[in-house]
Design a protein around this ligand. Sequence first.
Ligand SMILES: Cc1cc2nc3c(=O)[nH]c(=O)nc-3n(C[C@H](O)[C@H](O)[C@H](O)COP(=O)(O)OP(=O)(O)OC[C@H]3O[C@@H](n4cnc5c(N)ncnc54)[C@H](O)[C@@H]3O)c2cc1C
Length: 408
Amino acid sequence: MISDVLIVGGGMTGSLLACALGCSKLFSKISVIDALPPPAPTNNPIPDPRVVTLTPASQFFMSSIGTWDLIPETRRASFSGMQIWDYYGTGEMRFENSSGWVIENKELVQASLQRLKTLGIEVLSPAKVKTISRNPGEIAVELEDGRKLETSLIVGADGKESKVRNELGIGNWRKPYPHNGMVCTVKVEGKLNHAYQRFLQTGPIALLPLWENYYSVVWSAPVDIIDTLVKASDNDFITQINLALTSPSFTSFPNQGEIIPPRVTEICTKKFAFPYTLMHASSFVEPRVALVGDAAHTIHPMAGQGYNLGVYDVANLANVLCQGAKVGRDPGDLAYLQVYGNKSKRYNSLFAAVEESILLSYSDIKALHYARNLAYSAIGKVPPVKDVLQRAANGFDFIPQEFEWNKA
Ligand SMILES: Cc1cc2nc3c(=O)[nH]c(=O)nc-3n(C[C@H](O)[C@H](O)[C@H](O)COP(=O)(O)OP(=O)(O)OC[C@H]3O[C@@H](n4cnc5c(N)ncnc54)[C@H](O)[C@@H]3O)c2cc1C
């Protein structure tokens, strides 16, 4: 089978890329393969604990390719404010105008798979890549079941341990974080449509609003603490989480107001633990190759941006591929791919650097604890600084201003 573009990984980012390219109608054959069978649709009234926060820019992109409207309205949880504070002092940031959505990972994949069907793009699954060979004129892929595929461009959207990246010898730089993560769904009392994140001595804990009285918990801490939390009984866990969110700060410096998060009353799902890694591929593009999403980069989930950065990759890569196709260029042309690669490296390095400095400010130096609390409060009170952060959090600076597939 010969394709213009072969996307390896039909998960949360790969399936979006296929939808964007399919919407453009500029490519004669787009192929997608995934190692796992498609997730079965479920209608569990309790929200799945594996969720992501979506920025307005990611939502805008999903609307442009027709996947947003396929997420059931009842499962799109929006929030209209974010409060961030610290265990040490009373420094805090409140983003009253911050908005976004919290969506279950499985709903995002289902919506894209449904859209691919209407676009006539088939996902080969379960299908795993065995070998990849690169020749000047094409990429040849052999699947583990013996099938052979040829393509002008291969896109690795196959996650953190990307087979495409490894098989083609593209290196990566990685550093484990001092934290593991734990996620679960809880019920709360006194819900506001706000997202909350408190930086504890051991790492950040986030409460993300879902529908009804449900919230998603993302708790980051050293491995031994996460192990204990995962094994804790429901009652112990409820005590721990309410303590983590409401225990008084160590000092009243710099003497701000008080944030009162909702009280957790019930654990509604299993708790899942994840390791965290900061990872950047040495190159995001090579002749006839592009990497997107976790295959290219991973960061700490504290800012809720990991997946959004993958969505921005997809929006930018799809746009340059469409621009090339409109003037008859080969999809594997490195000159076009580099436009995507350079831009993606810039915004991904920026987000990684910001997160690294936040983590550094939690090292064991007391002066940094004061400085951090002062910075939180100052940022919250200086409108130009707050506006810059708000813009970065909305994501519109990182996606194209116009999408090629929307142009006549
Ligand atoms: C605890 C936690 C909380 C998070 N919270 C947020 C958040 O709030 N906001 C946010 O933006 N991000 C968040 N993230 C990050 C986000 O989950 C990831 O960035 C996102 O899932 C990456 O999607 P992906 O499609 O690139 O990779 P994956 O989701 O890993 O998908 C890869 C796909 O490739 C397939 N595949 C793998 N190997 C092969 C192969 N050899 N052949 C064929 N197919 C293959 C897999 O089956 C899968 O479908 C969080 C992450 C964690 C761990």
